[in-house]
Design a protein around this ligand. Structure first.
Ligand code: ATP
Length: 199
């Protein structure tokens, strides 16, 4: 079974594209959502997070205190790095287990959606990577609207990511989400190609 990854910069349209793959019944692992889930449901991860950020890392009801963690991680990049060093391997193992389940269920291929596929090295465990791209001004406008952020705030987030051109250069497939090209047609073409690769 082929393992695909899908990535792209903030606001490129990864999630939007995944919704189209969902209509084709392709199983999708949303790595960022799953990471958030694991941070409150994996005892090993919780222990590690408390060691790094103290008991205040969690509220009494078990929810993650994002503001507390964020305020420390923002000022202390070493702590942020340590947090990533805890979370990424946990998501990696969880994703591998999920992959095995999908294999057993007979999915033709799987898709892992993650903001960081090249940065974390997780592309090494994937057969093909799709990069979703869109012009920067469009990405900025979409994220400003979706997250109620200022232009400056979105630009800062973009500046912290790997440049989109670099991701596109590494990609096996590129989906152009510029609002002009049909996303459905592009997804169907990739889907067909993957099925043929498998045949
Ligand atoms: P992030 O990395 O921030 O999670 P993303 O790459 O998953 O972002 P989406 O959430 O899919 O991006 O898209 C960003 C916003 O732009 C969403 O509000 C989405 O509805 C909108 N959007 C995406 N693609 C299009 C499109 N082709 N036409 C109109 N709106 C779009």
């Amino acid at each position: 079974m082929l393992r695909l990854g899908i990535t792209g910069g903030i606001g490129s349209g990864k999630t939007t594209v995944c919704k189209i793959f969902e209509t084709l019944h392709i199983p999708i692992y949303y790595a960022d959502d799953r990471a958030k889930w694991l941070m409150v449901n994996s005892p090993a991860l919780q222990t590690g997070i408390i060691q790094l950020f103290g008991e205040q890392a969690y509220f009494a009801d078990g929810a993650l205190n994002r503001a507390h963690i964020g305020s420390i991680a923002f000022k202390d990049p070493a702590k942020l790095q340590k947090l990533n060093a805890l979370v990424h391997p946990a998501v990696f193992v969880d994703g591998e287990n999920w992959q095995q389940e999908q294999l057993a269920l007979g999915a033709p291929y799987t898709l892992k959606e993650a903001a960081l596929i090249y940065e974390t090295g997780s592309y090494k465990m994937l057969d093909k990577v799709i990069v979703v791209t869109a012009p920067q001004d469009l990405r900025i406008a979409r994220v400003m609207k979706r997250d109620d952020l200022s232009e400056q705030e979105v630009k800062e987030r973009i500046a912290r990511q790997m440049p989109e051109a670099e991701k596109v250069a590494k990609a096996d497939f590129v989906i152009n989400n510029d609002g002009q090209h049909s996303l459905i047609k592009q997804v169907l073409a990739i889907h067909q190609e993957i099925l043929e690769l498998k045949a």
